[in-house]
Design a protein around this ligand. Structure first.
Ligand SMILES: Nc1ncnc2c1ncn2[C@@H]1O[C@H](COP(=O)(O)OP(=O)(O)OP(=O)(O)O)[C@@H](O)[C@H]1O
Ligand SMILES: [Mg+2]
Length: 254
């Protein structure tokens, strides 16, 4: 994979993001209370905070999967809060890789079809994608699960299929919601090393939600969300010094 061409100084810029859920006609829940932040290209940011503090909500706002009640979201220089649905769909598919907390795999597609899907939707044929899909799944230890359906996979295996899917279109930004939550420590470390390598060598930006401080410390920065605001920003101390070479040879080329 070649280094990402960027259009702006920051990969992600949030300006005064507010997200309110209406609980009833009279009651509302303000989950995000005016968050502003700037994430440079190539940075690996970990997002931590208690359950219910709004981490998934914030990630979904960054990925234009959820609309903020107020505020601006600028990704690679594009004000995505101003885009119409069609432009957003294309933007997400081409530039963002999303790993959901609950995977969101399509149950009627096999592992390799799920991984290929974002590229198929972008007009590529399965034939031209087949080798790349197989390489990605093999690197994630699923070379012998290509034709399994999600219900025939373990939770950790589904997680890895979702990770492979997020990488198929060589995204500019990877938004990962607890990507290692279901993985054993060895596989988890390999996924973290893969993110580390993509950020350092390919200028990809990763924002990862995690409850695991060791995982968070593999990144560059740790942001802590509390009571609807980022209440702390610290530098991470990388704990992975010798990344696994095999997993790092992501077969991506622009
Ligand atoms: N669609 C919704 N309608 C109403 N409330 C919601 C909705 N989605 C989320 N919430 C509420 O917003 C808050 C933040 O949710 P969110 O999923 O962002 O938390 P989180 O930090 O990711 O938690 P966890 O660590 O448990 O995954 C929670 O209190 C949740 O109940
Ligand atoms: Mg969550």
């Amino acid at each position: 994979m070649t280094t990402i061409t960027t259009n702006s100084q920051f990969a992600i810029e949030l300006k005064n993001i507010v997200k309110t859920y209406e609980k009833s006609q009279t009651e509302s829940l303000e989950v995000l209370k005016g968050i502003s932040l700037k994430i440079p290209h190539g940075q690996f940011t970990s997002l931590m905070g208690p359950s219910g503090s709004g981490k998934s909500t914030l990630l979904q706002v960054m990925g234009a999967l959820d609309v903020p009640t107020n505020g601006e979201v600028i990704v690679n220089g594009s004000p995505i809060h101003k885009m119409d649905d069609q432009s957003l769909t294309l933007f997400r598919r081409r530039h963002l890789g999303f790993i959901f907390q609950f995977f969101n795999l399509l149950p009627t597609l096999t592992a390799q079809e799920n991984v290929a899907l974002p590229a198929l939707l972008d007009g590529k044929s399965f034939h031209e994608l087949k080798n790349k899909v197989k390489d990605l799944l093999s690197q994630l230890g699923l070379g012998d699960r290509l034709n399994h359906f999600p219900h025939q996979l373990s939770g950790g295996e589904m997680q890895r299929v979702a990770i492979a899917r997020s990488l198929i279109n060589q995204p500019l930004v990877i938004l990962a919601d607890e990507p290692t939550g279901n993985l054993d420590s060895k596989t988890g470390n390999e996924v973290l090393a893969m993110f580390r390598k993509l950020t350092k060598e390919n200028n990809v930006t990763v924002v990862m939600v995690t409850h695991d401080l060791n995982a968070a410390n593999v990144g560059d920065k740790i942001l802590r969300l509390r009571d609807g605001l980022i209440d702390a920003e610290t530098l991470a101390s990388s704990s992975l010094t010798t990344p696994n070479k095999n997993i790092l040879q992501t077969p991506q080329s622009h």
